[in-house]
Design a protein. Structure first.
Length: 343
């Protein structure tokens, strides 16, 4: 591994890192497993040969666009998002005008851009909009406590892409047994990215592919001590899975739900737009926002989530852990502002 390459990615985010360093250190204290933050944050960028980002994200899907009153991040991460751009232009009143999305955004407010994107299921954010809205991790007690060694813990991981799998990887390194569960019709999108990074995230984990139909997951979940998921709560409820019932059924269980903005909010998010919402961004020579790193809210959230699970298990579990990607990003940005007050 070329650590000097990882270090070059780390330098711009050093002012933000104190909260994440503290969380990683606490995870190590709880589990004995060190967290290599440069690798966790930037291995994907290194393996994929990504360039440092500017107004476009490192992976090319998310764009910081100048609006009439500021900036908006619009993340065209999936084919369906690209297909929805004409509809978004229509909502912004610019369907037939030249200049595309960038020109359309300049005519309206950043909030109008985000609201239009949300109507079409496109991830979008106004910079800093998630600051001060909620804690990075919110714990709710739904079950009784029972402590157990990490080596006795069985994890079922329904998550995909990066944040949830990184959480599972760190807990697996701590001794837990991890089973990754994928839908037969919707495999993990990370499989279509950099193969070496996917292997790194899931090294040592078991894997099963299942038809996600009502009742099909009951037996898998019945054996679990920890569930990791990154779905809207109603999606799993339609399959008969409810976090509250899972936690109440056996002492010591933990359910971690990773979302963009909280389980009560249906907005979708990916790492780059969630970073923007949390103000985990840099500035250019003109003081305008630019992306930092590679989808930073994803790995940051993975570390926060792994620590939250380890802490909960050490205290006996029985908790639903609600982890917000945007709030995790905001936690880092807030700490940076306290250390380096804005001019």
């Amino acid at each position: 591994m070329e650590n000097h390459v990882l270090r070059s990615w780390m330098d711009p985010i050093e002012p933000f890192l104190a909260p994440l360093t503290d969380v990683a250190r606490s995870f190590t204290d709880l589990t004995g497993v060190p967290v290599d933050l440069p690798t966790a944050l930037f291995l994907r960028a290194q393996l994929a040969g990504l360039e440092r980002p500017g107004r476009t994200s490192a992976n090319g899907s998310c764009h910081l666009l100048g609006a009439a009153d500021g900036w908006a991040a619009v993340n065209l991460a999936r084919p369906d998002d690209l297909a929805a751009v004409p509809a978004l232009l229509g909502l912004l009143g610019s369907r037939d005008e030249p200049g595309g999305l960038q020109a359309a955004v300049r005519r309206v407010t950043a909030t109008e851009v985000v609201q239009g994107a949300e109507l079409l299921g496109i991830a979008a954010a106004v910079p800093g909009s998630a600051q001060g809205t909620r804690p990075a991790v919110r714990a709710e007690r739904w079950g009784e406590r029972r402590t157990r060694a990490m080596a006795e813990v069985r994890i079922v991981d329904f998550s995909a892409l990066w944040a949830g799998p990184l959480c599972a990887r760190l807990l697996g390194l701590a001794g837990a047994r991890v089973l990754k569960v994928e839908s037969a019709t919707r495999p993990d999108g990370a499989r279509f990215g950099t193969p070496a990074f996917y292997r790194w995230l899931h090294d040592g984990h078991d894997n099963v592919v299942v038809d996600f139909a009502p009742g099909a997951l009951d037996e898998i979940v019945a054996e679990a001590d920890v569930v990791i998921e990154a779905s809207r709560p109603r999606a799993l409820r339609r399959l008969g899975l409810r976090a509250e019932e899972f936690l109440a059924a056996r002492p010591g269980r933990v359910w971690v739900g990773i979302t963009g903005y909280g389980r009560e909010n249906d907005r979708i998010a990916f790492g780059d737009d969630a970073s923007v919402a949390g103000s985990l961004t840099g500035v250019d020579a003109n003081g305008d926002p630019v992306f930092l790193g590679d989808a930073l809210a994803d790995p940051v959230t993975g570390v926060f989530a792994a620590h939250a699970v380890a802490r909960s298990l050490a205290a006996g579990g029985g908790e639903l852990l609600c982890v917000s990607m945007a709030a995790c990003a905001a936690t880092l940005a807030d700490a940076r502002t306290r250390v380096h007050p804005p001019c």
